[in-house]
Design a protein around this ligand. Structure first.
Ligand code: FNR
Length: 376
């Protein structure tokens, strides 16, 4: 029963609480509230709790660096096993679509993804599956970027038949399924029923014609969660950790009193999730609180194959999706590529796999978490 849209819940609630109008309003509110948090972009998060040991004589030439990564996935009922090759180890994570404003934002994001070759996910498409008028707000992603790598996004709890519909809407290469129990808990119109989620993920994955990526929206995936995903055959997981765009704060801001503000700080960071991952985890992607290319490299060194960025890229586009946003994001992404390459060279890494051999030091809350979990 979930979604950043909570569509399933709507039937059980008085119509006034969940009309299409309020659902659309929520999309715009999410954008404004998320952008409001970007102001504290330099704020401490657990990426600051990981340091590399500097090796003064072990660097390599930046021009030798290969930023490409391979994202391996197993076979599903509807698709063969395989591996995607992405030229850049970061991607535009799932955000929005469906209203006029968020359609403009998606267009600018898609143009930037096309021009920079970045993979890109849509926001939850359920609004478009329920209301064909909203479909254009997502179809624009594929229209602007016919050959790029596109992921459609859907919430756990949706009927299995929505998986192929979501993929078709975007001509998607992958399907992100988001799990967001903390957000649902804080959301006024959110679900409180989570016991069917594993079987829902399993059914959506089985019905998807393309590989699925199960993602959290900012509270992390634990060792046990990753084991569950492996057990049901999910090939890829985005640990979506705490420390970036904070949906607890966003939902608290959307209610008159912040009843669930008490949960502040709940969940695990992306780095904590990566370090806690079991040996048999799905292929790991990471996101949540990525502010700079240095954060990208830290997540890769901690075990991610690629890193998702939402808030920081949305900030470059701007809240109204006015034209010019794509140019700003293209410039930012080009700069991130350059600086990612420079940091690889500094760390002596020609490829992402070389980053796994770096020496790191953990501090603060991240160190405490790892000590407690027996991670070394
Ligand atoms: C999101 N996010 C999100 N995730 C998802 O799976 N489906 C969705 O529809 C949305 N919607 C959404 C809207 C907006 C405006 C933002 C900023 C984010 C969550 C996103 O993919 C990511 O997990 C978090 O934002 C954490 O990453 P950042 O923002 O710290 O880089």
């Amino acid at each position: 029963h979930s979604d950043l849209d909570s569509d399933q819940v709507s039937a059980a609630l008085p119509p006034a609480l969940e009309t299409d109008g309020s659902r659309a309003a929520r999309k715009d509110e999410h954008v404004d509230l998320a952008l409001g948090q970007q102001g504290d972009g330099a704020a401490h998060n657990e990426f600051d709790d990981l340091d590399f040991v500097h090796q003064a004589l072990d660097g390599v030439d930046a021009e030798r660096v290969d930023l490409g990564v391979g994202i391996a996935f197993g076979a599903g009922p509807q698709h063969a096993a395989g591996e995607w090759h992405w030229e850049t180890p970061f991607y535009v994570n799932g955000m929005t679509g469906g209203t006029d404003r968020t359609t403009r934002i998606n267009r600018e994001l898609a143009i930037a993804a096309r021009e920079t070759g970045l993979p890109m996910a849509s926001g939850s498409v359920s609004v478009a599956l329920d209301d064909p008028n909203a479909a254009r707000g997502f179809a624009v992603i594929r229209a602007e970027n016919p050959d790029g790598f596109v992921m459609a996004n859907l919430g756990v709890g949706r009927p299995a038949s929505d998986a192929p519909r979501a993929v078709e809407l975007l001509g998607a290469n992958a399907l992100q399924i988001h799990v967001n129990a903390v957000q649902e808990t804080a959301m006024p119109e959110g679900s409180r029923d989570f016991s069917s989620w594993i079987s829902s993920v399993e059914q959506l994955a089985a019905a998807s014609p393309v590989p699925v990526v199960v993602k959290e929206v900012g509270f992390g995936l634990s060792r046990s969660a990753l084991r569950h995903l492996s057990d049901i055959g999910v090939g890829i997981a985005d640990v979506g950790g705490r420390g970036g765009t904070d949906f607890l704060r966003i939902e608290n801001a959307r209610r008159s009193a912040g009843e669930y503000a008490m949960l502040a700080g709940f969940g695990q960071s992306a780095l904590a999730s990566l370090l806690d991952a079991p040996r048999n985890a799905p292929t790991l992607l990471a996101s949540g609180g990525v502010r700079t290319p240095f954060d990208v490299v830290k997540a890769l060194a901690a075990g991610a194959q690629a890193v998702g960025v939402a808030g920081a890229f949305l900030a470059a586009i701007g809240s109204d999706g006015a034209s010019g946003g794509a140019e700003r994001l293209i410039a930012l992404v080009d700069d991130w590529k350059l600086r990612t390459r420079a940091v690889y060279a500094l760390l002596g890494a020609v490829t992402r796999d070389d980053l796994l051999a770096t020496d790191v030091i953990l501090r603060g809350r991240l160190r405490e978490f790892c000590a407690d979990r027996g991670v070394n």
